[in-house]
Design a protein around this ligand. Structure first.
Ligand code: SF4
Ligand SMILES: [Zn+2]
Length: 330
């Protein structure tokens, strides 16, 4: 059972994305690896990815997973390779495997990989096909205070900046992930933190993906959520961030909220969620803020009251939960 798991990717799917302003088909694979080193040590407060990792995965198992990938890949232009950790950490993906993985996608125009910034070094980038490479780094917030107290990220903004500058210098496009609403921030502070982080990250990034926190199993965020001390962000907050984002260069800002419209993901009142999510999806491709113009639901007033009340009370607890108006979870 364990052996089969180690030889099977976590997931494979296909979706739409954008390269150079053009909508293209993307092939997405999450390789199962030995996991993110930081998750094994302390881990980010919202991250439950380690549940998908398997310490027995080595080169042989990655090769077996690659056979599944070969069967499923049909020359999509964009290949997105995830590991729930860092592709550039050789403990997760040995160097030999890197080359073999890139060979499978030799027909793709672009290959996206994710990594923590400490692995972005000239030496580590050397054996990758630079002409089609794109790197994604989860900065989460441009505030060291938020990174330390609300994310437990295990690196500082300056480490992201060093990696980003190297990528800019090498002409390798950067995608930056930012979190919307890590724990211990009020809804309003979370919006402001995210907007500030977008301006900062846009100096270095071709695209910025806003990831509203979703409550993953076995995480500190789940513990807080079950106690009523955390509510995933409102979709209205995400709309606010996307509408007000100010970028310094031509960065594309978008979001595909995992678990959006569910109790564990970013949500509004559940009546308007699908419509709001559709407009967020359309915005990802059009970058036209008018996508949000006609959204309306009576819960907007509740969201505004939530923002104000949390601020007045100086608390990040889920006020609706305490007033017993919103809770339908486990
Ligand atoms: S969010 Fe990324 S860096 Fe943080 S523990 Fe999870 S995989 Fe590691
Ligand atoms: Zn609503």
């Amino acid at each position: 059972m364990t052996q089969n798991r180690s030889r099977t990717p976590v997931s494979i799917w296909k979706e739409w994305d954008i390269i150079d302003g053009k909508r293209v088909r993307a092939f997405v694979v999450i390789f199962r690896t030995s996991g993110c080193w930081w998750a094994r040590k302390e881990g980010c407060l919202m991250c439950g990815y380690n549940a998908e990792s398997d310490s027995s995965v080595g080169l042989a198992e990655i090769r077996e997973q690659l056979n599944r990938v070969r069967e499923a890949y049909s020359n999509e232009e964009f290949a997105k390779i995830y590991t729930s950790g860092s592709f550039l950490d050789t403990r997760e993906i040995p160097r030999e495997a890197r080359t073999e993985i890139f060979e499978v996608f030799h027909g793709a125009k672009r290959i996206l990989i994710e990594t923590r910034p400490e692995f972005v070094t000239e030496d580590n980038l050397r054996d990758l096909s630079r002409d089609k490479l794109e790197l994604a780094i989860g900065l989460e917030s441009a505030s060291d205070k938020t990174l330390v107290k609300c994310v437990r990220k295990g690196f500082f903004v300056r480490e992201y900046e060093k990696a980003a500058k190297l990528l800019n210098h090498e002409g390798i496009p950067l995608r930056t992930y930012l979190l919307l609403k890590p724990p211990f921030l009020t809804e309003k502070d979370a919006i402001e933190d995210c907007l500030r982080s977008i301006s900062f990250a846009s100096r270095f990034s071709e695209s910025i993906s806003i990831n509203p926190v979703n409550v993953q199993k076995g995480t500190v965020v789940e513990f807080l959520w079950k106690r009523g001390d955390y509510r995933p962000p409102w979709l209205w907050s995400l709309v606010e961030v996307l509408s007000k984002a100010k970028v310094e260069k031509e960065s594309r800002v978008f979001s595909s909220p995992t678990g959006g419209g569910s109790m564990r993901g970013a949500h509004n009142c559940f009546r308007c969620d699908s419509e709001v999510l559709r407009s967020i999806e359309r915005f990802a491709f059009s970058q036209d803020k008018r996508e949000f113009d006609n959204l309306c639901c009576s819960c907007v007033d509740r969201w505004k009251a939530f923002l104000e009340t949390q601020d007045l009370m100086g608390t990040s607890v889920d006020i609706d939960r305490y007033m017993n108006t919103d809770w339908e979870g486990e």
